[in-house]
Design a protein around this ligand. Structure first.
Ligand SMILES: C[S@@+](CC[C@H](N)C(=O)[O-])C[C@H]1O[C@@H](n2cnc3c(N)ncnc32)[C@H](O)[C@@H]1O
Length: 315
């Protein structure tokens, strides 16, 4: 893991324009900051999807077309704190469905907290956490004969560009059998004045979350980023439908990262691109799904129509 981290940081900061992968947001501090973000009034994403999971739980279960007498595996990619999934697990458990829940996350800390929480709240649900990068775990997923439901919530897919998203969903399908399901949660395209504050909250928590990436490099790779000389900068253009997060150098400066034995130069105003959060509509989703072995079998939205959970079936 540390080797990959070193290589990806080195490559990203050598690139022009500079980039850093968003998956490294989630160390212990990043996990806690993300939980704070989810509770911010501006961060409508979690609340919108939670609305679906709380109020349309039966519709979700019905769309997954599960047989209560047949065992299945419920695999979640990037499970985080499992807040929304818990609603689904609760009803599946109450209705005596037979399944194991496999949360996958790059953060061992998030998984440990999730397992502890679920064991307490839903002791009958079998939880089998798997730590790692879901891109890698995906490759090691053996083709199983058991029915599988994959959850990919929180518009995590939006952290990939459309081509990568299509490839990712296609490769998910490679590990599945016909009729297996993918529940894909996506944020929908909407106006600038709703989207941008979600990435630029008034308390500055998103700024801390973004800048924590530099702090993590300082801590784990012995870097000397001075956080006073970098700032968080989100951008969103409704027409394009993509929110982008940057870290901007506020002065001309040099940063040395000892573990990778490199010094990087920044000019004032230079950006490090840290994250994209793509927003979707039916046309964009259909275009992506067309390149995969899935078909769209249902779409469930929250009451404000801010967010959609698409139920995709492996064809
Ligand atoms: C934005 S949070 C979303 C959490 C939850 N799915 C939700 O919808 O609220 C993203 C989660 O995915 C995990 N994650 C991000 N990139 C990952 C990757 N490449 N492999 C595995 N987990 C990843 C993070 O650790 C974090 O817990």
């Amino acid at each position: 893991m540390i080797e990959t981290f070193k290589n990806e940081v080195s490559q990203g900061l050598n690139a022009s324009p500079k980039t850093l992968p968003s998956k490294y947001f989630y160390d212990k501090k990043g996990d806690a900051l993300f939980v704070e973000i989810m509770n911010l009034p501006e961060y409508y994403l979690t609340r919108s999807e939670l609305d679906i999971f709380q109020n349309k739980t039966q519709e979700l279960i019905d769309s997954l077309n599960l047989n209560p007498n047949t065992y299945f595996e419920l695999i979640e990619l990037g499970a985080g704190d499992g807040l929304k999934t818990k609603e689904l697990l609760r009803l599946l458990d109450a209705q005596k469905f037979k399944f194991d829940y496999f949360p996958i996350d790059i953060s061992g800390n998030a998984l440990a907290l999730l397992k502890q929480d679920l064991n307490k709240e839903l002791p009958n649900v079998s939880v089998k956490p798997q730590q790692g990068d879901y891109f890698e775990i995906l490759a090691s997923l053996k083709k199983k004969k058991l029915p599988i439901v994959i959850l990919f919530l929180g518009s995590n897919i939006g952290n990939m560009d459309d081509e990568m998203a299509a490839e990712f969903i296609y490769s998910l399908g490679n590990n599945l059998q016909p009729k297996d399901k993918l529940l894909l949660g996506v944020d929908l395209i909407k106006a600038n004045n709703i989207v941008l504050p979600a990435y630029n909250d008034s308390k500055g928590i998103t700024a801390k979350f973004n800048l924590n990436l530099l702090e993590r490099i300082n801590n784990e790779l012995d870097g000397d980023f001075n956080l006073h000389h970098f700032k968080h900068q989100p951008e969103y253009n409704e027409k394009e439908g993509i929110a982008k997060s940057y870290i901007v150098s506020t002065i001309d400066q040099k940063v040395t990262i000892s573990v990778i034995k490199k010094t990087f130069e920044f000019v004032a105003g230079e950006k490090i691109h840290t994250e994209i959060s793509r927003k979707y509509n039916d046309v964009l989703i259909e275009k992506i799904i067309l390149k995969t072995d899935f078909s769209i079998s249902n779409k469930i939205m929250d009451h404000k129509a801010y967010f959609a959970d698409y139920i995709l079936e492996r064809t």
